[in-house]
Write a protein that binds this ligand. Structure first.
Ligand SMILES: [Zn+2]
Length: 428
């Protein structure tokens, strides 16, 4: 027995927008996408568009309450501040924070995420709240620790991967060990000029962390990892801001996916990733919110707009990234980057019924002209009325007990802020 959900528009992403569109769902899967005339109205949402659930290509749910920490600091002291404060938290704090992060994702229409997780708490939170995705457990240094998986195993919607943190904090040998597990991999690559200066010349602001990091590589991370033969399609690389032509070619040749995080890159003063060149090289690119520590929210609508602003400003062309292309980047693009392209990211029969209803009734974008522009420029977490994962409502506007979620998470934030003096900084 199928159920039907309908709205003024359905944006399947694969296929043209459908006016007065409807989606039929059976056993958690999409069985049909067509007009209301063909499928019936079912549960109808007037003044709204139905979009595939957003897929967040790069997040850190465990940093949900880090907003504004160290705003305006250079990359190196910013990193130091976070590492120091994080050491003041215990496992329960991390689950409480990740739970809030998962809830904020669902409230933003995000139904799947690729989460880089320090403690593994993100997997607990995602399981509980019904958010799909991969939790990449972070690894640092030279060797893969025996407890690298933190006792975690794949569950229904959540896969466990590994995240060798970055080429300045993890050696090519650790990358190789992670890749050899056969698990999905996420990492941070070519994020800042400081990273490149350290890796290539052993200098710059990151040199104050020399005691924590492996020795510099004498070349950029992408070149070193390519030479070590560890780049491959199971890797999603966040950022890729400071990449040259040769590095883009190396990413493309090895089919490494990229998580584009324009707000994080902008706010940390890292720059604007060459989205046009990355896509033109045939690289799978998705859109990621990164974490509130830098962005400062899991608001995918703000990320969509930042992607459009950054692309058009960088290219100096108003058609550098259309609303339709941005929407594709944050749904199917991210799904493909995370290796979930056959399962989610578009509204087509056979895929999981992961979708969001975005009400634009009160926005200046209705009556409708271009529904993709309306969603991208007019949408916000406040305009998401329902988020479905596997056809099940995992978020309904006003439905979460936000006070409860926030209380425990913000008490952890208070503790991070209250303690005086820096705690010894260490990436683990
Ligand atoms: Zn990150």
């Amino acid at each position: 027995m199928s159920t039907v959900i309908s709205a003024d528009w359905v944006l399947p992403v694969e296929g043209a927008p459908i006016e007065r569109g409807a989606v039929a769902i059976e056993d958690g899967r999409i069985v049909a996408v067509a007009t209301i005339d063909e499928l019936g109205a079912g549960e109808h949402h007037p003044g709204a568009a139905i979009v595939p659930g957003f897929v967040n290509a790069h997040s850190h749910l465990e940093y949900a309450v880090y907003a504004g920490f160290g705003d305006g600091l250079e990359f190196a002291p910013w990193l130091e501040l976070h590492m120091a404060r994080k050491r003041r938290l215990d496992g329960d704090d991390m689950v409480a924070i990740a739970r809030l992060g998962a809830a904020q994702c669902l409230a933003s229409g995000i139904t799947a995420t690729g989460d880089a997780s320090f403690s593994g708490a993100a997997a607990t939170a995602m399981d509980e709240l019904g958010l799909r995705g991969t939790v990449y457990l972070e690894a640092f240094g030279d060797e893969l620790a025996d407890d690298a998986l933190r006792g975690r195993a794949d569950s229904g919607r959540v896969r466990i991967g590994l995240s060798p943190h970055a080429p300045y904090s993890a050696t090519p040998a650790l990358y190789r060990a992670c890749v050899e597990t056969g698990r999905p991999i996420a990492t941070h690559l070519a994020e800042s000029a400081a990273e490149e200066e350290w890796l290539v010349h052993g200098g710059g602001p990151l040199s104050s962390f020399a005691h924590l990091f492996p020795p510099p590589l004498g070349e950029t991370g992408i070149r070193a990892l390519a030479r070590a033969g560890v780049l491959g399609p199971q890797i999603v690389a966040a950022h890729c801001v400071t990449v040259d032509e040769e590095e883009i070619a190396l990413l493309a040749e090895n089919d490494v996916a990229v998580a584009h995080c324009p707000r994080s890159n902008a706010l940390l003063g890292c720059g604007i990733a060459p989205l046009h060149e990355l896509r033109a090289a045939g690289i799978r690119v998705g859109l990621g919110t990164d974490s509130p520590a830098s962005t400062p929210s899991f608001d995918m609508f703000a990320e969509l707009r930042a992607a459009v602003f950054a692309a058009r400003a960088r290219e100096r062309r108003p058609d550098a990234l259309s609303a339709t292309e941005a929407l594709e980047l944050a749904t199917l693009g991210s799904a493909r980057a995370l290796g979930l392209g056959d399962e989610v990211g578009s509204l087509v029969p056979g895929k999981h019924a992961d979708l969001a209803v975005v009400s634009l009734d009160d926005s200046p974008y209705v009556p409708w002209e271009d529904p993709a522009a309306a969603v991208v420029f007019g949408g916000s977490p406040q305009s998401v009325t329902t988020t479905l994962v596997d056809g099940e409502a995992r978020y309904e506007r006003g439905g979460f007990r936000w006070q409860e979620l926030k209380r425990s998470a913000t008490s952890a934030r208070s503790r991070m802020l209250a303690a005086s003096g820096p705690v010894a900084a260490s990436p683990r």
